[in-house]
Design a binder for this molecule. Structure first.
Ligand code: FAD
Ligand code: NAD
Length: 475
């Protein structure tokens, strides 16, 4: 016999579990099916974000940053720590504890909200029926008024560097190393390449990042990307641009990475390779051909602005649909879809989604870059403030980097905010809120910021837009 629900969600990552909780809050009977199993065979909710993405990477970024600062910065503060030691097993155990606790928390939240959590695979059949196959059981039929697809994404594999799970690995395995590789090659100088490259470099690896594009962080405002690149270079991260990996060769003491750039053919020998060249949507085995859900040429589930698929009352959210592959983007889509199903009004503002790269310096931005505004022929004005003049950043020993604000030349409305520097990922929240409320730089100029805080840099950058910065010479 089939079980009936108002809503069945397939996938319990940050898109799916949030959609399920919101649907249940609306009083809709909701089930959430998720297939994730950790290497130890444990079934958990939370998806990539909690198990192999945002959370474990940030745990290791934090630990490795402490280690790095103890090694290179503590002496500046007059602190001696004697012989510094790294216990990677403890560091990894701390990360695993955080992941375990948070995953358990999601399970608890689903339960507390009355969501039926189901571990196993979901497959969409015609007419909003879902075939649910528990990991160790027979398929069951779930019937729903609405189905939400939230099956996420997985790493792209490079034919020139196929994963072997040991020496050529994806981002998930690169979070699990039990020893610091002496020489680490990273293919892809995007978000994952820089974050995970930073983790292992701080812990002592010689890291070489091979990036195919000629421009470093092409999606980031050029001025901010150049500043970040300068700082990464200073830290010893070897980033090679315009580098196309042609082949890999396994040898006794490592892997030879063969790549081409403008100068010709090159080879480097490393102990491990992390491939981080993007992620692809997961729809394998998800859609019965008669379910009526179209998939784009690049494999994403096709949706409109409200995340409706081509099948009536079937929705799709998160990494499996167009847009940036970010946890908070999927979560907000989950909230929107649950609200729409319940008959409420909701609309997602895709123009104001913040991005953060959790390296040191952190890089964070929202809205348009200067290059995008120029290309769109939009008249803009710009204000920049360097952290070098921020008392708080100096006190933190992190006074490199800048805040840049771009505003419409005519209306003064903020069009983009770009930050490279300490806690940029936290600071960007103010800019997101300002832009959500369609604020002008004058609004930011008039907002009182605590002293001494890093947020003063946002205040000063807003003032600089009109040549009125106080703690910088206006040019
Ligand atoms: P997922 O989190 O991938 O969840 C999908 C779930 O669906 C999984 O549990 C999967 O097992 C399940 N599933 C798939 N198919 C089926 C099926 N047929 N039946 C049942 N279940 C199924 N984003 C940020 O915003 N900030 C960060 O700091 C950040 N750091 C990252 C670091 C790394 C190393 C990686 C890899 C990613 C990071 N991301 C980050 C991206 C973020 O993890 C994703 O954008 C986010 O997890 C997408 O959420 P989702 O719910 O769409 O999919
Ligand atoms: P990405 O798109 O950020 O970067 C991939 C990089 O690999 C690009 O710079 C691309 O030019 C390069 N590349 C592609 N093919 C290549 C090749 N053959 N050789 C060399 N370089 C090549 O993708 P990612 O770093 O794999 O991350 C995947 C997704 O996960 C991203 O969409 C990102 O938004 C998300 N993510 C977010 C965070 C965060 O929010 N802090 C952290 C990690 C991952």
């Amino acid at each position: 016999m089939s079980k009936k629900f108002d809503v069945v969600v397939i996938g319990a990552g940050p898109a799916g579990y949030v959609a399920a909780i919101r649907a249940a809050q609306h009083g809709l009977s909701t089930a959430c099916v998720d297939a994730w199993q950790n290497p130890d065979g444990m079934s958990v909710f939370g998806g990539t974000c909690l198990n192999a993405g945002c959370i474990p990477s940030k745990a290791l970024l934090e630990s490795s940053e402490f280690y790095h600062r103890a090694r290179v910065e503590f002496a500046d503060h007059g602190i001696g720590v004697g012989k510094l030691e790294l216990d990677l097993a403890v560091m990894q155990a701390r990360k695993a504890d955080i992941v375990r606790e948070l995953c358990g928390g999601i399970g608890g939240l689903l339960k507390a909200n009355g969501v039926t959590g189901l571990h196993g695979r979901g497959r969409l059949l015609p007419d909003k029926k879902v075939e649910y196959t528990p990991h160790d059981g027979k398929p069951e039929l779930l019937e729903a008024e609405h189905v939400i697809l939230a099956t996420g994404s997985m790493p792209v594999e490079l034919p020139a560097a196929p994963f072997d799970g040991e020496r050529i690995v994806d981002s998930q395995s690169a979070l699990e190393f039990d020893a610091v590789p002496k020489r680490l090659g990273v293919i892809g100088g995007g978000v994952i390449g820089l974050e995970l490259g930073s983790v292992w470099q701080r812990l002592g690896a010689e890291v070489t990042v091979l990036e195919a594009m000629d421009t470093f962080l092409f999606m980031v405002d050029g001025q901010v990307a150049r500043e970040a690149q300068r700082q990464f270079k200073q830290q010893g991260l070897d980033i090679r641009l315009g580098a196309m990996v042609r082949a890999t060769e396994q040898i006794d003491d490592g892997i030879i990475l063969k790549y081409d750039d403008e100068q010709g053919a090159h080879e480097i020998t490393v102990d491990k390779v992390v491939v981080a060249v993007g992620r692809r949507p997961v729809t394998d085995g998800l859609l019965d051909p008669l379910a009526g859900v179209d998939v784009t040429a690049r494999g994403f589930v096709e949706v409109d602005d409200e995340c409706r698929t081509t099948a009536l009352n079937v929705w799709a959210i998160g990494d499996v649909v167009r847009g940036p592959m970010l946890a908070h983007k999927g979560s907000e889509e989950g909230v929107m879809v649950a609200d729409l199903i319940a008959g409420d009004i909701n609309e997602m503002n895709y123009d104001v989604i913040p991005s953060v790269i959790y390296t040191s310096p952190e890089i964070a931005w929202v809205g348009k870059t200067e290059e995008e505004l120029r290309q769109a022929n939009i008249e803009y004005k710009s204000g920049v403030f360097n952290f070098a003049a921020s008392g708080r950043a100096k006190a933190m020993n992190q006074a490199a980097g800048l805040v840049k604000i771009l505003a419409d030349a005519g209306t003064d409305r903020i069009l983009g905010v770009h930050i490279c520097g300490p806690l940029a990922g936290e600071l960007i929240g103010e800019a997101v809120l300002a832009m959500e409320f369609q604020a002008s730089t004058e609004d930011l100029q008039r907002t009182i910021h605590g002293h001494p805080t890093l947020t003063e840099a946002i205040h000063e950058a807003a003032l600089a837009v009109d040549g009125r910065a106080i703690h910088a010479i206006n040019r």
